[in-house]
Each structure stands twice: as structure tokens, then as C-alpha cells.
Design a protein around this ligand. Structure first.
Ligand code: TNX
Length: 508
């Protein structure tokens, strides 16, 4: 009889151990499923055993409350603890029949453990009052520390509600850097107290309507969004694009414009006016006070588009002679060096687009963001010069490109587009990853004017991006990802997201 019981319990154990794919994105590195479950009452609010960790639970509790709008909340005490060892963002999550435990070396890791728990809760089997969270041990860590999304709000302005929704989904998928493109030709969207015209005049218009009323974020709104992001383990990196893409600023303060020519008038700042450097440095002072992430993106892209204005500007010509510059690239580099210096003095780490790789900016103060997929040498040069780099190649990481061959409106690159699978498989196993901080999707918005369009381009590719940043190439499986993605699509439906469904033949 005893032997029979033994065999019986062994059977139960092995059945319990049989691993079935959990409904998680990004999928954790190591999952050990055990038999049994934790039975959680719907509407339960999590409380941290140690008070210091309570802020980390805010996102979970908000998301969970949205799911189950229960009046009389029960409290569940979860054990969060900091442990030595493991890389930043890593964690161990243990759900047992009587307790839930997360251990991690830092807050990011604890947060990541909680988002895994949230996803487990959302996909758990449920009855009327409770859900059953499978009993398991997950050991997990990210492939990259930088898992980002960039939103261009100069070309079209979306506003706080949309940005917060994006931050919610980023948190859900463990994406942790939000690069905010707040200045460009079509509008300056960040209030700067010292230069109010930047927003009252520079904030006017957008890519489709140059006469649209001024839209921008006040500093109070910026602070609110920054703290919303920080509760979600997301660092915000503002971009103040220079010396090109400067038209909105130049409309507000024409005295700092590099010049008007018929092609791209006011596209650049004036590098030959000392006042320009003071002006931009003063702007960076306010930027530094607003963004606790202590990083700023200084752009540095496509300056050549505005080079004609510099060529025909007598002040610039004089400066070229004085400084013995032989071409305008030297001038461009001089400009970026001065502004990098200014930003560094304010405690800001600088990021520049990959054109800046030849400017020889200090590699301990600057990250390079590679976007020109058709210039792979620019990436190898950055790496060999010792820069830490962020990978954002147009193919496959520009989300303003369409995601299916059949999609007529929207951008393509010589017929090429960015499918969710191209994103999922990036970077490829043979890719050079030394000095790579991580990956980032960019959403330029010349062709995106509405929330609906934005959602259609984001979903479900944001889920593929999550695994691009989190999962090592060897651990990826297209087949399993597809299975899990199908459940995400059900979630998007439930949440009223306007998404593209790659599994159905017609556009959703
Ligand atoms: C180039 S990508 C730009 C953006 C445009 C994008 C699409 C990059 C660093 N600069 O300003 O929005 O092309 O047109």
C-alpha cells in the first residue's frame, strides 16, 4: 500500500513538473514549474512586508485594480528582498501555496519580478472569487540593460494620456527607457521658463497642419510624467535636437538660426553666434532639473540637410577661416563638442545619433545611437572607438514603417517593412554585441497623426521588441512566441487597443 502511495505521489509530482509554456512576454530565462498553486482572491492589493518597497507595488496594484474592480480589497503581504549577486534587472520569483517571494539585487529586478507576477495573474485560471497562480520558481535576467522606445512628439503631439498609456505598456513588457523626441522642425514641445516663446510660438503647428494651435508640455506636466515613468521602472531621456532639426526653436528665437535658404530654411542653429551656445546651455540647465535620469539626447543627425544655410552665412564663413576648418563637418563637430561639454558639466550623460561617431566626442561621456542600417560601418566604428551603443536600425526597429506588405499607407524602405518577426529575431545570433547597451524602437510621426494609427503601428510589435531586448538569441523560439502572442492579442482586444493582427488575413 505504501509503495502504491509512493508511486502515486511520484506520478502527481511528475505531472506537476511537466513544463507547459507560460503566458509571459518576454519569456523568462529559467522556469521551474511545480505542482499546486497560490490561490489569490481577485481584487487583492499587494503590500510589501518591508515598507521601503511599497512604491514598487504601485504599478501592479493599479493594473490589478483595473482588472478587478472590487470594493473591499484584501491585502496580501509579499516578501520582496534585496540580495547580492546577479545583474541589474535580474530577479527570482517564487510563488508557493502559502507565499509569494521576489528577490533581486536592485529595484529594477524587484519591479521586473512584479511584472512577471502581473502577467501570471492576468493569464491564471480563475473562478468566481479567486485566481490560481501556478506554483513555480522563475530565475530571470535581461539580455540588455537598455530596452527602449522613442516617440516623436514634434511632428505630431499626442499628450499626457497617450504617453502614459505607452508607459503602461512599456512597463508591462519590461521596456525601461523612454526616449522623448520633444524638439524638431514641426514643434517645440517642452516648456522652458527662460525662453517662453519656445512653446508659445515654437509649439505651434505640426507636420500636417502648420497653423495648429500651440501644443506642448508644461514643466508641471513633465514632472508628472517623469514620476509616472519612474514608478514603472522607466527612465526618460529627453532629446533636444541640434545643430539640425532646429526650425521650431528658430521660429521662436530667430537670432540663433543658422540662416534661411530656400531649401530647409532655419533648419540649423547658428554655430558662429556665441549667444547660441549660451541659449542652448540655459535650456539644458532646465532639462537637467526636470529629468532625474541624468541623460540628454543631443541629436546630431542629418545636419547636412541644412548645410546650405551655413554655406551662405557670412558669420559662419568668417568662423571657418578663423578656426581653420576645411569643411562644414568640422564645424558640426565643434558644435557638438561644445554642447557635449556643456551637458556633461550639468551632470548629463549625452546620447547622439550615429552621425556623431566621427566627431570624436569623449566615449566616457557619450553613447552613440545607431540608426542608419545602411551604414553598418558607422556602428563598427562606434564600437571600435570604445563607445557604448544603442541599436535602433531603421530595419527592423523603426515602428513608423508598416508591418505588413499589404499595408498601403505608411513608410517602407525600398519596399521593405518591419514585421513583428523581424523585430523578434533582432539582433541575430551572429551580431556583434560587444559594447551594445541594448535595443530601441523609434516611432517617428510624420505619418502618424492619431492615437489609433499609433496603436496600429505599436501593437503587437511592442511585444516582439520586448523579447528582442530581453531574450538571448539562443533562447528564442518563433513557434512558442507566436503561441504566446496570440494570447496577447486577446488582451489587446479586451483593452480596446487598435492593433494589427498578424494572424488574421484581414486588417484588424
Ligand atoms: C530621419 S532617424 C530622422 C528623423 C526623421 C526620420 C524619418 C533620425 C535620427 N532622423 O528626423 O523623422 O528620418 O523621416
Amino acid at each position: 500500500m505504501k509503495a502504491l502511495l509512493f508511486i502515486f505521489s511520484l506520478l502527481i509530482c511528475t505531472v506537476g513538473l511537466k513544463s507547459q509554456e507560460l503566458n509571459l512576454i518576454p519569456y523568462p530565462k529559467n522556469v521551474k514549474q511545480l505542482s499546486g498553486f497560490y490561490s489569490l482572491v481577485k481584487g487583492t492589493e499587494l503590500v510589501a512586508e518591508k515598507k521601503e518597497f511599497q512604491p514598487l507595488l504601485q504599478y501592479f496594484n493599479q493594473a490589478w485594480a483595473e482588472q478587478y474592480k472590487v470594493k473591499n480589497k484584501q491585502e496580501l503581504s509579499v516578501k520582496l528582498s534585496k540580495v547580492q549577486g546577479g545583474i541589474s534587472g535580474s530577479y527570482t520569483l517564487r510563488t508557493d501555496t502559502k507565499f509569494i517571494q521576489i528577490a533581486a539585487p536592485d529595484d529594477s529586478g524587484l519591479f521586473n519580478g512584479l511584472t512577471t507576477l502581473l502577467q501570471l495573474c492576468l493569464s491564471a485560471t480563475a473562478n468566481k472569487k479567486t485566481i490560481n497562480i501556478p506554483r513555480l520558481i522563475i530565475q530571470d535576467e535581461p539580455q540588455f540593460g537598455w530596452r527602449g522606445v522613442m516617440l516623436d512628439e514634434s511632428r505630431h503631439f499626442f499628450g499626457t494620456k497617450t504617453v502614459k498609456q505607452l508607459l503602461d505598456w512599456m512597463a508591462f513588457y519590461k521596456l525601461n527607457k523612454f526616449h522623448w523626441h520633444l524638439t524638431d522642425a514641426n514643434g517645440w514641445r517642452l516648456e522652458i521658463k527662460k525662453y517662453p516663446l519656445l512653446t508659445t510660438i515654437g509649439g505651434r503647428g505640426n507636420f500636417t497642419d502648420s497653423l495648429a494651435a500651440a501644443r506642448y508640455y508644461t514643466q508641471a506636466e513633465i514632472r508628472d510624467i517623469v514620476s509616472y515613468a519612474s514608478v514603472r521602472n522607466i527612465t526618460i531621456i529627453p532629446e533636444i535636437d541640434m545643430p539640425g532639426h532646429a526650425s521650431a526653436s528658430n521660429h521662436a528665437y530667430p537670432e540663433f538660426s543658422g540662416g534661411k535658404v530656400s531649401e530647409n530654411p532655419d533648419f540649423t542653429f547658428d554655430p558662429a553666434n556665441e549667444g547660441t551656445y549660451t541659449y542652448l546651455s540655459n535650456i539644458l540647465t532646465e532639462v537637467a532639473s526636470l529629468f532625474p535620469g541624468k541623460m540628454v539626447h543631443l541629436g546630431g543627425d542629418e545636419v547636412t540637410l541644412g548645410i546650405d544655410a551655413w554655406k551662405s552665412n557670412p558669420r559662419v564663413q568668417n568662423m571657418m577661416k578663423e578656426k581653420k576648418f576645411t569643411d562644414f563637418t568640422e564645424l558640426e563637430h565643434y558644435f557638438l563638442k561644445r554642447m557635449t561639454d556643456s551637458a556633461s558639466k550639468k551632470g548629463l550623460h549625452v546620447i547622439c545619433w550615429d552621425e556623431a561617431v566621427s566627431a570624436n566626442l569623449p566615449s566616457d561621456k557619450v553613447y552613440i545611437q545607431w540608426w542608419r542600417h545602411n551604414k553598418p560601418n558607422s556602428l563598427t566604428e562606434a564600437i571600435s572607438k570604445g563607445y557604448k551603443v544603442i541599436l535602433s536600425p531603421r530595419l527592423p526597429l523603426y515602428f513608423d514603417f508598416v508591418q505588413d506588405a499589404a499595408h498601403q499607407s505608411g513608410r517602407k524602405w525600398g519596399g521593405l517593412y518591419n514585421s513583428y518577426l523581424d523585430i523578434y529575431h533582432y539582433p541575430k545570433p551572429n551580431e556583434q554585441l560587444k559594447n551594445v547597451l541594448g535595443v530601441q524602437a523609434n516611432i517617428w510621426t510624420e505619418t502618424i497623426a492619431t492615437d489609433q494609427r499609433l496603436e496600429f503601428l505599436l501593437f503587437p510589435r511592442i511585444a516582439a521588441l520586448a523579447e528582442s531586448g530581453w531574450t538571448s538569441p539562443e533562447a528564442k523560439s518563433e513557434e512558442k512566441f507566436n503561441l504566446r502572442l496570440k494570447s496577447q492579442i486577446a488582451l489587446y482586444k479586451a483593452k480596446g487597443i487598435y492593433f494589427y493582427n498578424p494572424f488574421s488575413t484581414k486588417e484588424s
